[in-house]
Design a protein around this ligand. Structure first.
Ligand SMILES: [Cu+2]
Length: 138
Protein backbone atom coordinates (compact mmCIF):
# COMPACT_ATOMS: atom_id res chain seq x y z
CA UNK A 1 0.00 0.00 0.00
CA UNK A 2 2.71 2.46 1.03
CA UNK A 3 4.89 1.44 -1.91
CA UNK A 4 2.11 2.03 -4.45
CA UNK A 5 1.49 5.49 -2.94
CA UNK A 6 5.17 6.34 -3.43
CA UNK A 7 5.00 5.17 -7.03
CA UNK A 8 1.92 7.32 -7.68
CA UNK A 9 3.54 10.37 -6.06
CA UNK A 10 6.71 9.84 -8.12
CA UNK A 11 4.66 9.68 -11.30
CA UNK A 12 2.81 12.88 -10.36
CA UNK A 13 6.12 14.68 -9.71
CA UNK A 14 7.53 13.47 -13.01
CA UNK A 15 4.55 15.00 -14.81
CA UNK A 16 4.74 18.36 -13.03
CA UNK A 17 5.91 20.99 -15.52
CA UNK A 18 9.14 22.81 -14.67
CA UNK A 19 8.17 26.19 -13.17
CA UNK A 20 8.64 29.00 -15.68
CA UNK A 21 11.43 31.36 -14.68
CA UNK A 22 11.16 34.92 -16.00
CA UNK A 23 14.89 35.59 -16.04
CA UNK A 24 17.81 33.31 -16.80
CA UNK A 25 21.51 33.99 -17.25
CA UNK A 26 23.79 32.06 -19.60
CA UNK A 27 27.54 32.25 -20.28
CA UNK A 28 28.29 34.14 -17.02
CA UNK A 29 31.97 34.99 -16.68
CA UNK A 30 34.04 37.45 -14.65
CA UNK A 31 37.43 38.44 -16.02
CA UNK A 32 39.94 38.41 -13.18
CA UNK A 33 41.37 41.89 -12.43
CA UNK A 34 44.84 42.55 -13.80
CA UNK A 35 47.62 42.22 -11.25
CA UNK A 36 47.48 45.05 -8.72
CA UNK A 37 44.01 46.19 -9.88
CA UNK A 38 40.71 45.80 -8.04
CA UNK A 39 38.32 46.39 -10.95
CA UNK A 40 36.89 43.51 -12.95
CA UNK A 41 34.48 43.18 -15.85
CA UNK A 42 31.66 40.65 -16.23
CA UNK A 43 29.97 39.29 -19.35
CA UNK A 44 26.78 37.24 -19.71
CA UNK A 45 23.58 36.82 -21.66
CA UNK A 46 20.47 37.96 -19.78
CA UNK A 47 17.31 36.24 -21.02
CA UNK A 48 13.82 37.57 -20.42
CA UNK A 49 11.51 34.56 -20.80
CA UNK A 50 8.40 36.50 -19.84
CA UNK A 51 5.80 38.35 -21.91
CA UNK A 52 6.60 41.69 -20.28
CA UNK A 53 9.74 43.82 -20.65
CA UNK A 54 12.11 43.70 -17.67
CA UNK A 55 14.20 46.67 -16.61
CA UNK A 56 17.50 45.88 -14.94
CA UNK A 57 18.09 48.53 -12.28
CA UNK A 58 21.05 47.17 -10.35
CA UNK A 59 23.48 44.35 -9.70
CA UNK A 60 24.98 43.46 -6.33
CA UNK A 61 27.47 40.94 -4.99
CA UNK A 62 29.45 40.28 -1.83
CA UNK A 63 32.58 40.00 -4.00
CA UNK A 64 32.51 43.68 -5.10
CA UNK A 65 32.12 47.02 -3.34
CA UNK A 66 29.98 48.28 -6.21
CA UNK A 67 28.75 47.02 -9.59
CA UNK A 68 27.79 49.33 -12.45
CA UNK A 69 25.97 48.67 -15.71
CA UNK A 70 28.08 50.03 -18.57
CA UNK A 71 27.85 50.23 -22.32
CA UNK A 72 29.93 51.75 -25.11
CA UNK A 73 28.68 54.63 -27.22
CA UNK A 74 30.22 55.87 -30.42
CA UNK A 75 30.81 59.61 -30.74
CA UNK A 76 32.42 60.61 -34.03
CA UNK A 77 35.30 58.18 -34.30
CA UNK A 78 35.63 57.42 -30.59
CA UNK A 79 34.17 54.65 -28.46
CA UNK A 80 33.37 55.88 -24.96
CA UNK A 81 32.30 53.83 -21.97
CA UNK A 82 29.04 55.04 -20.49
CA UNK A 83 27.43 54.28 -17.11
CA UNK A 84 23.73 53.34 -17.37
CA UNK A 85 21.18 53.63 -14.55
CA UNK A 86 19.04 50.91 -16.08
CA UNK A 87 18.83 48.61 -19.04
CA UNK A 88 15.67 47.21 -20.65
CA UNK A 89 15.35 43.57 -21.64
CA UNK A 90 12.45 43.30 -24.11
CA UNK A 91 9.83 40.56 -23.67
CA UNK A 92 10.90 37.13 -24.93
CA UNK A 93 14.30 38.54 -25.74
CA UNK A 94 17.85 38.66 -24.50
CA UNK A 95 20.51 41.22 -23.72
CA UNK A 96 24.11 40.37 -24.49
CA UNK A 97 26.93 41.66 -22.29
CA UNK A 98 30.17 41.32 -24.25
CA UNK A 99 33.46 43.11 -24.95
CA UNK A 100 32.93 46.55 -26.58
CA UNK A 101 29.22 46.36 -25.74
CA UNK A 102 27.10 46.19 -22.62
CA UNK A 103 29.12 44.96 -19.66
CA UNK A 104 29.20 44.98 -15.87
CA UNK A 105 32.01 46.80 -14.06
CA UNK A 106 32.86 45.36 -10.66
CA UNK A 107 34.66 47.80 -8.39
CA UNK A 108 36.64 47.12 -5.21
CA UNK A 109 36.81 43.36 -5.86
CA UNK A 110 37.45 41.19 -2.83
CA UNK A 111 37.46 37.45 -2.34
CA UNK A 112 37.46 36.24 -5.94
CA UNK A 113 39.07 33.07 -4.64
CA UNK A 114 35.98 32.18 -2.63
CA UNK A 115 34.06 30.70 -5.55
CA UNK A 116 31.32 30.56 -6.59
CA UNK A 117 30.96 34.27 -7.30
CA UNK A 118 27.24 35.06 -7.12
CA UNK A 119 25.78 38.21 -8.68
CA UNK A 120 22.24 39.32 -7.87
CA UNK A 121 20.28 41.15 -10.59
CA UNK A 122 17.53 43.55 -9.48
CA UNK A 123 14.63 44.62 -11.68
CA UNK A 124 12.21 47.57 -11.57
CA UNK A 125 9.25 45.27 -10.80
CA UNK A 126 10.89 44.28 -7.49
CA UNK A 127 12.01 40.87 -8.69
CA UNK A 128 15.61 39.69 -8.53
CA UNK A 129 17.67 36.83 -9.86
CA UNK A 130 20.98 35.35 -8.69
CA UNK A 131 23.52 33.72 -10.99
CA UNK A 132 26.86 32.01 -10.37
CA UNK A 133 29.77 33.38 -12.39
CA UNK A 134 32.94 31.55 -13.30
CA UNK A 135 36.24 33.42 -13.02
CA UNK A 136 38.53 33.60 -16.03
CA UNK A 137 41.98 35.04 -16.55
CA UNK A 138 42.56 37.36 -19.51
CU1 LIG B 1 32.84 49.76 -18.07
Amino acid sequence: MKRSLVVILSLLLACTPIPKVDITVTDPVIKRPLKGKSTAVAYLVLHNNSATPKILTGVQSSIAGAIEIHTYIQTNDKFLMQHLDELKVPAHSELIFKPAGNHLMLFRINGLDTVPAVLNFQFSDGSNYSAEFSIEDY
